[in-house]
Design a protein around this ligand. Sequence first.
Ligand SMILES: Nc1nc2c(ncn2[C@@H]2O[C@H](COP(=O)(O)OP(=O)(O)OP(=O)(O)O)[C@@H](O)[C@H]2O)c(=O)[nH]1
Ligand SMILES: [Mg+2]
Length: 319
Amino acid sequence: MSFFKKIFSKEKKETLDKGLEKSKENFFGKLSKAVAGKSKVDDEVLDDLEEVLVTSDVGVKTTIKIIDRIEERVARDKYLGTSELDKILREEIAGLLSETGSGEATDFVVPSKKPYVIMVVGVNGVGKTTTIGKLAYQFKKQGKKVVLGAGDTFRAAAIDQLQIWADRVGVPIVKQKMGSDPASVAFDTVQSAIKQDADVVIIDTAGRLHNKVNLMNELSKVKRVMQKVVDNVPDEVLLVLDGSTGQNAFEQAKQFTAATEVTSLAVTKLDGTAKGGVVIGISDQFQIPVKYIGVGEGIEDLQVFNKNEFVDSFFKKSI
Ligand SMILES: Nc1nc2c(ncn2[C@@H]2O[C@H](COP(=O)(O)OP(=O)(O)OP(=O)(O)O)[C@@H](O)[C@H]2O)c(=O)[nH]1
Ligand SMILES: [Mg+2]
C-alpha cells in the first residue's frame, strides 16, 4: 500500500469513527446498562440485548437472527461472561453480514463501455442530490468525465441545487425548465454525454412517493426514454435512504425495491444520528448491496460501505 493510500484510509476510518459517534454512544450506553451488575450472559441479559438492538434500529428480523446466534454460543460455551459480550456481538454481527446475499460491496466501477448511467432515486430530502454531488466528485478525482442530469423537474430549487453541485465539482449539467418531462431531461443528458464522450452520467430524480403507481410509471418512462439513446441503461439504479429515519428507511427500501428495479443502496446522514444500526439491518435484509454511506454534508463525506470496517467502527468505544 502506498504512503498516500495509507494516509487516506486512516483519514477515511477516522471520518467513519467520527460519523458513527452518536450511534456508538447510544449503543454502548444501552449495552452497559443491560449488563450492569451481571457477570454472566443469562436470559435476562439476552432480553435486554434484544431491546438494545431493536432500539438501535437494527430491525426486528436481524435482531432475532443475532440473538439466536448468541443463544447458541451461550449454550455451547456454557459460562459466557458479560465482559465478552461486546466481542461476541461484534463477531456474530460481522459473521452475519458476511453471509448475506448482498456480497462484499465495492464502489461503482466504471466499465470501458461508455457512458455508465446511474439513476438516483429516493423520497424527498433523503440526500439524493448531495450524494450525486459527492459521487461526481469521486468519479472526477478518478479522472472520469461526468455529466449530471437534472431529472428532478418538480421544483426549481432542485435544479438550482444540482447546478450548485455541478459548479462545485466542476462538471457539466444538462437541465430544462421546472415542470418539464424528466424523461426528456434524461434523454438529453445521455445524448449530451455521448457527444462529449463522457464516462459517467448521473441522473437526479424527484422523490415523490405519495402515489406509488405514478412514481413507478415515471421511473420506467425515464428508463425507457434513455434506452432510445443507449441499450440497457441505466446501469445502476441507486436508492438513497436517510439513515436517521431508522425504521422508515427500511419501509422505503421495501417500497422502492417493490416498485422499481434497484441495484444498489446508499444510506446517508449517519453522522447526525443514533440510529446507525439501521445499516446493519438493511444490509442483512435486502439482497441489494449497500454501496455507499453518507457521513456528513461535505463533498468528501461519502464512503464506500465496507462491512468489516463498519462493524469495527461501530464497536470501537474510544471516540
Ligand atoms: N449530516 C448529513 N447531512 C446530509 C447528508 N446527506 C445529505 N445531507 C443533507 O440533507 C439535506 C437534504 O439533502 P438533498 O441532497 O437535498 O436531498 P434530496 O433527496 O435531493 O431531496 P429532494 O430534492 O428534496 O428530494 C441537505 O441539507 C443535505 O446537506 C449526510 O450524509 N449527512
Ligand atoms: Mg434533490
